[in-house]
Design a binder for this molecule. Structure first.
Ligand code: BJW
Length: 243
């Protein structure tokens, strides 16, 4: 059951900000980071592969992991949760969609102007950062080499210890501070600075809602929590909002 107060706030909202995490893509068959991993890569901790140190130590291993994920995501389709968020952009005066996901499924579902907080799985750049503005369009089986400086080419995602792309960071912080309703969907709310956006929104007077089947470390800080899968809760929310 969705609280009436949430629907009232959503109907009156001037600006809705949504932060999504890996849980939104779970029902598309894309594994989350901290839920149990299965199959080929079960022996590896994703957290230990998503660092510059891991790439420095064993670039081939990290490159293979990202190639595997690219293949997996290429076969995946957006689910009802992605589609509901694409519909939401037509139901409210202003929507800012910030995603920590690197899979591009929101865009494939029809969401526009998505802020990619942690980059994109399908882009690459030089590990030595000699030429950040010129993406290296390669998906070789082996780690490609930067045509400009000869350093290794790496996936265009944000690893632990790396800064968030400045434009994405500024736009997300501004949206969190400006919105009337903030939805945090399918994220464990552990990784900063993304995990701080809900607090910024709350302290700026927004109603903040967490959509997740499981409690998170930050559940207590939200105005309200909706327990369930994104692909079930979000379409219900859209249906109620549209009628
Ligand atoms: C469902 C579901 C369904 C399942 N429906 N839901 C402040 C305090 C402490 C530490 C720090 C801090 N500020 C910065 C840090 C350090 C660090 C950090 O946060 N560490 C924490 C672990 C403590 N942050 C950084 O390093 C960031 N950089 C930075 O801050 O730069 C400045 C700086 C530099 C140097 C030092 C300090 C500061 C960068 C973070 C980059 C994160 N990168 C990754 C990999 C991206 C590339 C890739 O995809 O490979 O991003 S890690 C991984 O975690 C990925 C995700 O985007 C991110 C968040 O994970 P997410 O999406 O929440 O997934 P899960 O698996 O954790 O949760 C899934 C949830 O879904 C669960 O809750 C399920 O219940 C739920 N669920 N099914 C709805 N059907």
């Amino acid at each position: 059951m969705l609280p009436e107060s949430l629907l009232v706030r959503l109907r009156d909202a001037r600006h809705v900000c949504v932060l999504t995490g890996a849980g939104v893509s779970a029902e598309s068959g894309v594994p989350t980071f901290r839920d149990a991993q299965q199959g080929l890569w079960a022996q590896y901790d994703p957290m230990e592969l998503a660092t510059p140190e891991a790439f420095q130590r064993d670039p081939e291993l990290v490159w293979r992991w990202y190639r595997w994920r690219r293949e997996l995501v290429s076969r995946a389709e957006p689910n009802a949760g992605h589609r509901a968020l694409a519909e939401l952009q037509d139901l409210v005066p202003r929507l800012t969609l910030v995603t920590q996901n690197v899979d591009g499924l929101h865009q494939r579902a029809g969401s526009q102007d998505v802020i990619e907080f942690h980059g994109n799985l399908f882009s690459n750049h030089c590990f030595a950062r000699c030429n950040d503005d010129h993406p290296v369009d390669r998906d070789d089986a082996k780690v490609p080499v930067c045509p400009d400086c000869g350093a290794s080419v790496r996936p265009g995602v944000v690893w632990f210890g790396e800064g968030i792309p400045e434009e994405a960071l500024n736009a997300s912080f501004a949206a969190a501070a400006d919105c009337d309703v903030f939805l945090s969907v399918g994220t464990s709310s552990i990784v900063y600075p993304a995990a701080g956006l809900g607090t910024i929104a709350y302290e700026s007077g927004a109603m903040t809602i967490e959509v997740n089947p499981n409690p998170t470390e930050q559940s207590g800080t939200f105005t309200s929590t909706l327990r369930g899968n994104a692909a079930v809760i979000l379409p219900k929310l859209i249906e109620l909002l549209a009628h």
